[in-house]
Design a protein around this ligand. Structure first.
Ligand code: ZN
Length: 217
C-alpha cells in the first residue's frame, strides 16, 4: 500500500529526527491517504495500516537505542492514551490513528453512479437536463424543457456537451427552429423546437424549406 511505503521512506530518511518532526511528517501522509480512501476501503484496512505503521515506528525507535530495554524505548517514544496501549508521541503531540479519523464523504460518491444502472437513470436524466439548461435564456429554456432536451426530429437526447459547445463557442451541433407552419405573428416557445443540427438539415432537405432558423434563439 502506497501509504505504508511512504511511511517507511520517511522513517528511513529520518533516522535521527525528533519525535515531533516524525509526527509532523507522518500525520499529513496518514490523514491524506485515509481521506482519499475513506469511502473505498474498510476500517479493517485502516486498522491493518495502523498496525503496520506502529511496527515500523517500533523498529525505528528500537534501532536508535540498541542497548536500551524495550520498556525504556516504549516509555521514551510512546504514551498510553485512553484505551490504547500504544500511541506514538508525547502528552502534547501524538500520531493519528488512521482507523480513528472521521470518514469524509466526498461528492465523489456521485461518481459511483452509473448511467447504465436503471436505478441511477433518473439522476442522470435530471443532471443532463440541468446541464443543458445552463445559461440559456428564458425562451430557450422553455423550448428545451418542452422536449426534455430531446431532439424533436429524431427523438434522441441532445447531449449536455452539445449544449455547452453551442453556448461557449457557437458550435452549431444544435439548432433552435421554428417548426410550426404558422409563419406569421409573434413567435412563442410553443412554435420553436430544439434539434440536432444534422437532423434539422435532413428535415429541411426533405421538406425543401428555406432557412428556418429561429432568430429569437
Ligand atoms: Zn436529432
Amino acid at each position: 500500500m502506497s501509504v505504508l511505503r511512504k511511511v517507511k521512506n520517511i522513517l528511513n530518511s529520518n533516522k535521527t529526527a525528533t519525535v515531533s518532526t516524525i509526527i509532523r511528517l507522518l500525520n499529513p501522509v496518514i490523514k491524506g491517504w485515509s481521506n482519499y480512501y475513506s469511502t473505498q476501503v474498510s476500517k479493517k484496512v485502516f486498522s491493518y495500516c495502523d498496525h503496520q505503521i506502529y511496527e515500523m515506528l517500533w523498529h525505528w525507535a528500537k534501532r536508535r537505542h540498541p542497548k536500551k530495554s524495550s520498556q525504556w524505548v516504549f516509555k521514551r517514544y510512546f504514551t498510553r492514551q485512553g484505551r490504547k496501549k500504544w500511541t506514538f508521541g508525547t502528552d502534547q503531540q501524538t500520531l493519528v490513528f488512521m482507523s480513528e479519523l472521521p470518514i469524509i464523504r466526498h461528492t465523489k460518491i456521485q461518481g459511483k453512479r452509473s448511467p447504465y444502472r436503471p436505478s441511477d437513470a433518473e439522476y442522470f436524466e435530471t443532471r443532463r437536463l440541468q446541464l443543458s439548461l445552463k445559461r440559456l435564456n428564458g425562451f430557450q429554456k422553455k423550448v428545451v424543457q418542452k422536449t426534455n432536451a430531446k431532439c424533436i426530429l429524431c427523438g434522441c437526447n441532445i447531449s449536455a456537451e452539445h449544449f455547452r459547445r453551442w453556448r461557449v463557442s457557437g458550435d452549431n451541433d444544435i439548432s433552435f427552429n421554428q417548426l410550426t407552419s404558422e409563419r406569421m405573428g409573434h413567435v412563442t416557445p410553443d412554435d420553436v423546437f430544439v434539434t440536432h443540427r444534422w437532423c434539422y438539415e435532413r428535415y429541411k432537405s426533405t421538406h425543401s424549406l428555406d432557412s428556418d432558423d429561429c432568430r429569437t434563439a
